[in-house]
Ligand binder design. Structure first.
Ligand code: ADP
Length: 368
């Protein structure tokens, strides 16, 4: 096992900066998920660690060794891709053993042992003599994983390995990958564009946008203490609601002035313009007149919850939709005016650069 270290790593293609000055340490034995929207530089980052892409600047280390100039086959890593790329004319056993046989470093008995152990671990020993076309998508993905496992690498690099599978299988394979990681304990870098996958699988997640690292932290930290507005909007589904507001600092808190609501809050924050962020699950129906009035547009039943899609009353711009996640027992009519409320611990303020500004609860001198 080994840690992986990226120091100020940059990749440019002609005039496109694909990855910009990334500093990132993947800890020994950690399952780190790199997540971000399409084109943000995830695959490029992973391919640079693998050695499949040269780096334009910075340094990459695996264990104690700088690998900038080390060939991919000498980096002691194993990659798993979305496209399983199994050889159709080879059996599962042959597919899994191919890399080891090719290296010429192992005796046949050692290879057999490794293949059989990996097949046991993946619960596919009965498939060893079958051919890829006889296997389901999930089984093929297991074989692709097996091919990586038999190499006994220091690091697994996985690029959207589950995105070809249907939703149910994908969720099964997530659990399966986590079990494998627990058993093998191999440092893993896992790339996905799917924030749910990141949130459920990662020991920590690294969020990228436009080639730049936005935050590296445990999933729950990215969720509850996002570094900036991008992370706040990217993590969590449905996305956080954002309101542009003017804040006025007062002796016992702040006055918040938005397009369609005004409210006094018991927090300390400097006067200025901010974006106020509130997650759908942190909005609730107000008992009486609430802080945020809104008109019901669509009610989407999700089983235990209903998602309410709402429009601010003074805003005819449809894009400024508010989403609230409420108990399924509450199902208002389209067009109904409702009032929403929230707890001040659950809201976030972002300054004009997009950075989150931590707030503290103000000393309460008057009741608000
Ligand atoms: P992601 O994996 O997050 O979808 P990529 O790492 O594939 O993103 O791409 C990052 C950026 O680099 C994108 O703007 C993409 O168009 C660009 N890019 C990737 N590979 C190449 C290439 N071979 N030549 C030119 N531009 C590339």
């Amino acid at each position: 096992m080994s840690h992986v270290q990226l120091s100020n790593v940059t990749k440019t293609y002609d005039d496109v900066v694909a990855v910009e000055g990334i500093d990132l340490t993947v800890r020994d034995g950690e399952f780190l998920v790199v997540v971000g929207p399409s084109g943000c530089g995830k695959s490029t980052t992973l391919r640079m660690v693998a050695g499949l892409e040269t780096i334009s600047g910075g340094e990459i280390g695996i264990g104690s060794k700088v690998v900038n100039d080390v060939r991919p086959q000498d980096r002691n890593i194993a990659m798993v891709f979305q496209n399983y790329a199994l050889y159709p004319h080879m059996s599962v056993r042959e597919n899994m053993s191919f890399g080891l046989r090719l290296s010429g470093e192992y005796e046949a008995a050692v290879i057999d042992d490794r293949v059989e152990n990996a097949a046991e671990l993946l619960e596919i020993p009965e498939l060893l003599e079958q051919y890829p076309k006889e296997l389901s998508g999930g089984q093929q993905q297991r074989v692709a994983l097996g091919r990586a496992i038999v190499r006994d690498p220091e690091v697994f690099l996985m690029d959207e390995p589950l995105s070809n599978l249907d939703a149910k299988l994908r969720s099964q394979m997530r659990t399966e990958l986590q079990r494998l990681h627990e058993e093998l304990g191999v440092t893993t870098v896992y790339v996905t564009h799917d924030q749910t996958e990141a949130m459920t699988m990662g020991d920590r997640i690294a969020i990228l946008n436009d080639g730049e690292l936005q935050q590296v932290a445990e999933p729950e930290v990215c969720y509850s203490e996002p570094n900036n507005r991008f992370v706040a909007g990217f993590i969590g589904s449905p996305s956080m609601n954002f309101f542009e507001v003017a804040v006025e600092s007062e002796s016992d808190g702040i006055h918040v002035d938005g397009d369609s609501f005004q409210t006094d809050l018991n927090v300390s924050l400097e006067t200025g313009r901010y974006t106020l962020g509130i997650r759908p699950e942190d909005l609730r129906l107000a008992d009486e007149s609430g802080r945020i009035p809104a008109d019901v547009d669509v009610v989407e039943p999700m089983g235990a919850d209903n998602y309410l899609y709402l429009n601010p009353p003074t805003d005819d711009d449809r894009e400024k939709e508010i989403v609230a996640r409420v108990d399924s027992e509450y199902s208002p009519d389209t067009g109904e005016r409702i009032d929403l409320d929230f707890d001040i611990e659950d809201i976030h303020f972002f300054d004009e650069t997009g950075d989150r500004v931590p707030t503290t609860i103000a000393e309460q001198t008057t009741s608000r």
